[in-house]
Design a protein around this ligand. Structure first.
Ligand code: HEM
Length: 436
């Protein structure tokens, strides 16, 4: 603390640079002292003052959320993460990081000046620290460095001052807390008094109607996504359609969790990064592969890769032993292995036996168990289930009702009641109050 308040202990010196990471380091407040520091810090604070904290309380990649609140595209988050790994003067600078700085400057107006550096600097400062907090590190930034009057480098312990102190103290503390609130929203719904009742949508209109009715989070149904596009379910054929749907649902004001089947055969880390950058809060990943189960080790690798790339993504590991009617005895071994690999929740569709549900709740302890809505909600709550999904039920009901309406007209009898044209139109406006 004394060192951070002592003006004779200065931040590490950075050489002046005209491009890449060297340019960024030598134009931000973080590695400047004196008048340069005061002027650059004021520029950063002016930018932060324009950000309404409520816009930061959203799920998904925290840097993407901050970028959007600063009027920038969300996808800049991936370049910001690359730069963050080379930002500190003691970090080696990679060619990728130098190129990423160039892209960030272009994307933020193309001017290599202190205002641009302040903007990129905010995103880079937010990147490592918030991700570290999300993975549970306390303090998220354990130490910082200063140079003593005799030129020695000193490591300063931040356990008592997680946001620093003195002239370089973090100006983004409230912003960090709002971002962490946003990331905590979806996991927090699994810790409420009531289990999370998660309805599964298949398009924007079905999700919007459910949001309007007050459901706190929305999932997707892979059957609904596949069947409504004329594709087979559970064979990895809806990668593009699922991402398209995820992008449109991420505009909704509630957390969205996406069924990614078995991962679509693409790189799990890249898929996680893409979804969290859109603002998606969680995914379901299944271990069923047609008529067999994936090996536990391979599935654990996939779960770990999702979490490593996007620690803020709530990974619900689906165990398909009951769904496929295979190897029931391995259910709890599989579930605990996926939790050890980083899964935040476990979903066992098709598990209906009450004593078995209760046992698995006990085995999982703090990790929430998710089952399908096949018993009354109050009964599942008594059994300790913490998330109840409707799965494909709503989609199947919608199709059933649509066919019944056509049949009723053909038979000359009264049709089932339906929402009006205006109601559907109005629902979109109602759930998307602000343009994004
Ligand atoms: C949990 C999240 C965060 C933690 C723990 C954290 C921590 C810190 C610490 C300890 C420092 C001081 C470093 C030093 O004195 O050497 C700092 C500086 C800074 N932080 Fe944060 N930070 C977090 C998130 C953020 C966010 C979200 C933003 C922007 C919105 C931000 C912007 C900055 C800036 C611009 C500085 C440099 C200030 C200066 O040198 O004058 N930080 N942060």
């Amino acid at each position: 603390m004394e060192i951070l308040n002592d003006s004779t202990f200065v931040v590490p010196h950075v050489p002046r640079g005209s491009t890449g990471v060297a340019w960024l380091r030598s134009h931000v407040a973080r590695f400047a002292e004196g008048a340069d520091h005061v002027r650059r810090r004021e520029a950063a604070v002016r930018l932060l003052e324009k950000v309404p904290l409520d816009r930061l309380r959203r799920p998904g990649h925290p840097v993407a959320t901050l970028a959007e609140a600063l009027g920038l595209p969300r996808h800049l988050a991936s370049d910001v993460d690359i730069v963050a790994a080379s930002y500190q003067p003691h970090d080696p600078v990679t060619p990728e990081a130098d190129q990423a700085v160039g892209r960030l400057v272009n994307a933020t107006g193309g001017r290599w000046n202190e205002d641009t550096a302040a903007l990129i600097g905010l995103l880079v400062q937010a990147s490592g620290a918030t991700r570290s907090a999300i993975t549970g590190n306390r303090p998220p930034v354990p130490t910082t460095r200063r140079t003593s009057p005799s030129g020695e480098e000193v490591l300063v312990d931040l356990s008592r001052f997680p946001f620093g102190a003195g002239r370089h103290a973090c100006p983004g503390e409230q912003h960090a807390e709002a971002l962490l609130d946003g990331v905590g929203r979806f996991p927090g719904l699994h810790d409420a008094d009531e289990p999370l009742l998660l309805p599964n949508a298949w398009d924007f209109a079905s999700a919007a109607a459910l949001v309007r009715r007050g459901y706190l989070a929305i999932g997707t149904t892979s059957l609904g996504v596949a069947a409504s596009r004329g594709l087979p379910d559970a064979v990895g054929s809806t990668y593009r359609e699922t991402l398209e749907l995820a992008r449109s649902l991420a505009r909704l004001p509630v957390p969205i969790t996406v069924d990614i089947e078995a991962g679509f055969g693409v790189d799990a880390g890249e898929l996680a990064a893409e979804l969290t950058t859109m603002g998606v809060a969680g995914v379901n990943i299944e271990d069923g592969r047609g008529d067999r189960l994936e090996s536990v080790d391979e599935q654990c690798d996939r779960v770990s890769a999702l979490k490593a790339a996007a620690p803020e993504l709530f990974v619900n590991a689906r165990v398909d032993t009951y769904w496929l009617g295979l190897d029931h005895e391995s259910t709890s071994t599989r579930a605990t292995a996926y939790v050890d690999a980083g899964a935040d929740g476990v979903f066992v569709p098709g598990l209906r036996d009450e004593p078995l549900i209760e046992d698995l709740v006990g085995v999982l302890g703090r990790t929430p168990l998710n089952v399908l809505a096949e018993h009354p909600f109050h009964r599942l709550r008594e059994l300790g289930v913490r998330r109840v999904s409707t799965g494909s039920l709503l989609y199947r009901t919608a199709i059933t009702q649509a066919v019944a309406a056509a049949d009723a007209y053909r038979a000359g009898v009264s049709a089932p009641t339906a929402m009006s044209y205006d109601h559907i139109e109005e629902t979109r406006r109602h759930v998307l109050p602000e343009p994004r």
